[in-house]
Design a protein around this ligand. Structure first.
Ligand SMILES: [Zn+2]
Length: 104
């Protein structure tokens, strides 16, 4: 990602939780304009055992706020949209575009 002074970013942590309960935390930056998450280092693992990935903000204005990361491309957060009256999550990555219907 190319970061300029005008790029709106959020500092935080990229957190991966695996099916066996192990969680991996990595310093990361979220580009709030594109939804892209840049982790300092990415742990390679068996993606099939990956339970959940999310970005946790460490900024003062929303510290602890969580943003779900796309389980398909693993690089962009999911954003909430309304689809046929239901809340749905859509990947911020226009080339991914994966949509998840939430049951809540
Ligand atoms: Zn995606």
């Amino acid at each position: 990602m190319y970061i300029t002074n005008n790029t709106k970013t959020m500092k935080g942590t990229f957190i991966s939780i695996w099916d066996d309960g192990v969680s991996i935390r990595t310093n990361a930056i979220l580009n709030t304009e594109t939804g892209e998450v840049i982790a300092e280092s990415v742990e390679a693992g068996n993606v099939e055992e990956l339970g959940r990935e999310f970005f946790e903000s460490s900024e003062f204005f929303n510290s602890g706020e969580e943003f779900e990361v796309c389980p398909k491309c693993h690089e962009f957060i999911l954003k909430v949209v309304i689809k046929e009256g239901n809340e749905a999550l859509v990947c911020s990555n226009p080339y991914c575009g994966e949509m998840y219907i939430s049951n809540t």
